[in-house]
Design a protein around this ligand. Sequence first.
Ligand SMILES: Nc1ncnc2c1ncn2[C@@H]1O[C@H](COP(=O)(O)OP(=O)(O)OP(=O)(O)O)[C@@H](O)[C@H]1O
Ligand SMILES: [Mg+2]
Length: 310
Amino acid sequence: MITTITLNLALDKTYFLSNFQKGKTNRIKQVHEEPGGKGINVAKVLQALGYEVKVSGFSGGFNGLKVQKLLNERSIPHRFIQIEDESRECLNIMADGNGQETELLEQGPTVHQAKWGELCQLVHQLASQSEFVVLSGSLPKGVPINAYGQLIKIIDHAKAKAILDTSGEPFQAALSEKPFLIKPNEPELMNWLGKEKLSRQEMIRAAEKLLDLGIPHVCLSLGANGALYIGEEGQYSLTPPLLEVKNTVGSGDAMVAGLTAGFLSNLSIEQTLKLGVACGMSNALHLYAGCIKTSDIKSFQAEIKIEKLS
Ligand SMILES: Nc1ncnc2c1ncn2[C@@H]1O[C@H](COP(=O)(O)OP(=O)(O)OP(=O)(O)O)[C@@H](O)[C@H]1O
Ligand SMILES: [Mg+2]
C-alpha cells in the first residue's frame, strides 16, 4: 500500500463563466469540485494506475467533510486527524469568453500542537502498513517547520520509504533525514541554492550535492523540458514530445505518483522514470489536477526520449 499525506487539505472549486468582470455581479454557468492538496492529487493518480492507496493528513470543518465525501465518491480510502479550524477552499475562476483564469487561495487552518502529536502517531500506524509514504505540499500554520523531517524519521522506524515533494524551509529542514526520493522542480531547486538561474550542468551538480547528503534518488522535474534523474541508479535525461497542454498544475504530483508506482513495482529505473514523465504529461492534458488517462500512458512512454548521461 502507498499512503499519501496532505497536511494542508483543500477543497478545489472551479467556477466556469463566460466573462469574469471585476467589481461586477458575475453569474456562474457551472461549478466543479475536486478533493485537493498535493497528496490527494498523488493518490488520485496512483488509484487510476491501479495501486492500493490511502490518504491522510488534517481535515477541518465543512470543507474537510466535503473533501472526505468527494474521496468516498472516488472510492479513495482516507484517515484524517480532525481539527477545529476549517480546511481551505481554493477557488479557480475560469472565464471561457476571454480565456482568463483567476485563482483565489485561502491560507488554511492553524493546527494545534496536540493534533500534530496525533498525526505523528497515525502516520506511524499507516507507515507500518505501507511500502511507501508520500509527503507532499506546504505546511499549515502551527506545525513545526521540520514537520517532514520528523515524519521521515517515523516512516523509517516503521520500515517504509518516504518520498518528499515540498519547497522552501520545510524542504531544506527535511533533507538531513534522507528521504528515499525527492522531486524538486526548477524554482524549488533554485530556491534551495539561493540562485535565480541554473544551467543544466549546475542543476546536475546541485542534484549530486543532494545525493551526497544521502538521498538515494533525486528527480528534477523541468516542465515541458522533461526531467533529470541523478541517483544511485545513474544519471538520466528525459524529454517528452511537444504537447498541447490544458493545465499543468498537478503534473509534478502526477509524476511523483508514477515514480512511486515504478519503485513499488520494481520496474527498471528507465521504465520508472518514463512512467513518471508520462503521468506528468497526461495530467497536463486534463483540466483538473491529479487526473490522468491510463490509456495514454503506454503510448506516451514510447514517445519519451531517454538518454543515459552516466
Ligand atoms: N508542458 C508540458 N509538456 C510535456 N510534459 C510536461 C509539461 N508540463 C509538465 N510536464 C510533465 O510533468 C512533469 C512535472 O511537471 P513540472 O515540472 O511542471 O512539475 P511541478 O512544477 O512540480 O508541478 P506541480 O507542483 O504543479 O504538480 C514534467 O517533468 C514533465 O514530464
Ligand atoms: Mg510540484
